[in-house]
Design a protein around this ligand. Structure first.
Ligand code: NAP
Length: 488
């Protein structure tokens, strides 16, 4: 077991496969690293590859030397910290105090704290790891940096998503020195100011998709509500009132009737805050008053809500493809055929049903296609290649087209069912009628805002006009220019 523990997470093969890591020129700037773990190894590799001379300080250099690129010098801690001006502390917080014996050699040097607390440690300690390190080494300048970069990223090289390195420290000179090193290593330094920001910087890697929390809870909440509603209508009602066992519908059929409801309502919730914001601006007669916090948050989460809507719609399409594969479907078909034969009917063809299905399937495919386009253009690499007008056209106009197509898909699916008494099981209206509520409000409101008297007023407000007359403003006579106003 002890031998197992000695094995590095990142293989030496990866480290020494690159010949550029074999030798570093003598005049290269020297950097120290305390610790010989995964992070220290990856950091040493990246530093050597970026043209730095690296000296690693370990409690047991003999054991660990073979794990580092041959250009890095691995020695005892005391020797490693003697000459470099910048020293990375790649050691966990609980072991900082074991480095206190090096205080004299470290005096006046820059210590880079790369540590990350666990969630529990972050809550437990009021002072950040970096501030704690600074309190142990008052004669040193502590800079917090690189904690948001994983050992794997250091090893593999910076990628778009995690190129940024927040850096903070009390001395601007020290921050600048570390920022230059980050740049040389291919990262993008982000100056976070004094060491007091270290707690915030240390909290960054602890976050788990913060922007997705509320939208995901919203989607889950809608799913649970619609699933329960469909369960009562499609499974419980036949069981209670007709003694039919339809529990087999739970895994596929009920899920498949729930997913489009969630997708459709979520899509309408992407456009509802824009409508509310426009209504507020019209009512206040200005765009210079802040929206309420809840509306602000809602506006900021539209992308995530839209992507979740796309996810549910895509799942609905997949489930729908699977419906004919079910054994229950095959039995239903055979039973229908037998019934036909027994009733001596040779040709089953209901023209209206055929048309209804052709149209609603086609509208569904079109809606999903448009939603896919929206999802693809929300990817940063694609969004960055569009100008503001193109992006706004896709997200705002095409998104609204997707909402209209989904509404038509739902209406053709429902057809006349909302008016049939037999569809009101347990007196509950069909699910699709409920889902239509919010989208129809959004579509009607959007149509209302297109009326010339309202759209002109909204355009003026969004270009800075105020009802109270503090800003005098006349809309350009050129209609195309007026159109270029930003839309919420
Ligand atoms: P690790 O593999 O466990 O290495 C920690 C190193 O600390 C050991 O190899 C050891 O090196 C050294 N050390 C010095 N004094 C020690 C003591 N008294 N007791 C035990 N070890 C001592 O951990 P790591 O993953 O490299 O992480 C190191 C630091 O980087 C941590 O603060 C971590 O939060 C931070 N970090 C890591 C990552 C990552 O992806 N791994 C990412 C960001 C930040 P010697 O035995 O040679 O002295």
């Amino acid at each position: 077991m002890p031998e197992e523990m000695d094995k590095p997470l990142i293989s030496l093969h990866l480290v020494d496969s690159d010949s550029s890591l074999a030798k570093v020129p003598d005049e290269a700037p020297k950097v120290g690293i305390l610790g010989s773990g995964d992070f220290a190894r990856s950091l040493a590799t990246r530093l050597v590859g970026s043209g730095f001379k690296v000296v690693v300080g370990s409690r047991n250099p003999k054991r660990t030397a073979g794990l580092f690129p041959s250009a890095a010098q691995v020695t005892f801690q005391e020797e490693a910290v003697s000459s470099p001006e910048v020293i990375f502390v790649a050691v966990f917080r609980e072991h900082y105090s074991s480095l206190c014996s090096l205080s004299d050699q470290l005096a006046g040097k820059i210590l880079v704290d790369v540590s990350n607390p666990t969630e529990q440690e972050h809550l437990q300690h009021r002072e950040s790891n970096a501030e704690y390190l600074a309190s142990l080494f008052p004669t040193c300048t502590v800079v917090k940096a690189f904690n948001v970069i994983s050992a794997w990223t250091l090893q593999a090289g910076p990628r778009d998503g995690n190129r940024q390195v927040p850096i903070c420290g009390d001395q601007p000179e020290a921050r600048r020195a570390v920022s230059e090193m980050a740049l040389a290593m291919g990262f993008m330094p982000v100056d976070m100011g004094s060491l007091a920001s270290a707690r915030e910087v240390e909290a960054m890697p602890l976050r788990l998709l913060p922007a997705w929390k509320v939208p995901t809870l919203l989607a889950l909440g809608l799913f649970v509500c619609f699933y329960a509603y469909n369960f009562v209508r499609d499974v419980l009602q036949p069981y209670v009132q007709e003694s039919q066992n339809k529990f087999f519908k739970l895994p596929v059929s009920v899920v498949n009737t729930t997913l489009p409801c969630v997708a459709y309502v979520l899509l309408s919730l992407v456009y509802l805050p824009g409508v509310l914001a426009a209504a507020l601006q019209l009512r206040r007669g200005t765009k210079y008053q802040r929206f309420p916090d809840w509306l602000d948050h809602w506006l900021q989460h539209r992308k995530q809500i839209g992507l979740l809507s796309f996810f549910c719609a895509a799942l609905h399409a997949l489930y729908s493809f699977c419906l004919p594969l079910r054994r229950a479907h095959r039995y239903d078909l055979v039973n229908l055929a037998v019934k036909q034969v027994l009733a001596n009917k040779s040709h089953l063809w209901v023209e209206e049903e055929v048309w209804r299905m052709e149209i609603y399937l086609s509208l569904g495919v079109l809606a999903l296609g448009t939603l896919s386009l929206l999802a693809v253009t929300s990817l940063p690499s694609i969004a960055n290649s569009l100008n503001w007008r193109e992006f706004s056209f896709v997200q705002s106009s095409l998104g609204f087209v997707a909402l209209v197509l989904s509404t038509l898909h739902t209406l053709t699916y429902g057809w006349t069912r909302a008016f049939e008494e037999s569809r009101y099981k347990f007196y509950l209206p069909p699910t699709f009628t409920l889902t239509l509520l919010v989208p129809c409000v959004v579509i009607l409101a959007k149509a209302l805002f297109l009326l010339p008297c309202i759209s002109r007023r909204l355009a003026r407000i969004r270009r800075g006009w105020e009802r109270d007359g503090t800003i005098k403003f006349t809309l350009p006579t050129d209609h195309a220019l007026a159109e270029k106003t930003s839309h919420v």
